[in-house]
Design a protein around this ligand. Structure first.
Ligand code: PRP
Ligand code: MN
Ligand code: MG
Length: 182
């Protein structure tokens, strides 16, 4: 019977490339934060696999926490409305914070989140995102670590969803147009 994998149109970034890039990023983070007390903050839900695979490649001992910030809902484009659905469990004053994301699109989610976290007086706040879509940026947002720049096409997999589905795919893929029902 047809399954959700049949909805895939093309593979944009295959698993092997993605994992190789995560190894490079982990090496950079290890070097940049050597001797520091790093807190990784994953942005639920999209960042779960980046968080899991990146954190396990670090030689640094890190703490992990998560926030849930929703801006998309079931739509394929950003509404710009940011809501905190789940806050950090830990205080971050004086700590080095690295936000882990799957994708920076308009930048509105992380613009809000970094401002919010900076108000808590951490030692530093930086961003690591597996993907970035520079052509869609609506705010100036410095992203310290970027895995791949992608064109303005809707992509899913490796944490990225369409209406909560396709996150479990190991590759970054595009979907057949009929999947969107348009
Ligand atoms: C997606 C993605 C980023 C954000 C990027 O999350 O995972 O967090 O949107 O969009 P922006 O740069 O335009 O703000 P989403 O709100 O879909 O939640 P999810 O991670 O649970 O899928
Ligand atoms: Mn997200
Ligand atoms: Mg989403």
């Amino acid at each position: 019977p047809p399954g959700f994998r049949d909805d895939i149109e093309s593979i944009l970034i295959p698993e092997a490339r993605l994992q190789a890039r995560l190894s490079e990023l982990a090496a950079e983070v290890d070097r940049d934060y050597a001797g520091r007390d790093l807190l990784l903050v994953g942005v639920l839900k999209g960042a779960i696999f980046v968080m899991a695979d990146l954190a396990r490649r670090l030689t640094l001992s890190t703490a992990m926490d998560f926030m849930a910030v929703s801006s998309y809902g079931a739509s394929t484009s950003s509404s710009g409305v940011v809501r905190i659905l789940k806050d950090l469990d830990t205080e971050i004053e004086g700590r080095d914070v690295l936000i882990i994301e799957d994708i920076v699109d308009s930048g509105l989610t992380l613009d809000y989140l970094t401002k919010n976290l900076r108000s808590r007086r951490p030692a530093s706040v930086e961003i690591l995102s597996l993907l970035t879509k520079p052509s869609r940026r609506e705010v100036d947002l410095p992203v310290k670590y970027v895995g791949f720049e992608v064109p303005d096409v809707f992509v899913v997999g490796y944490g990225l969803d369409f209406a909560e589905r396709y996150r479990s795919l190991r590759d970054i893929v595009t979907l057949r147009p009929e999947v969107y029902g348009s």
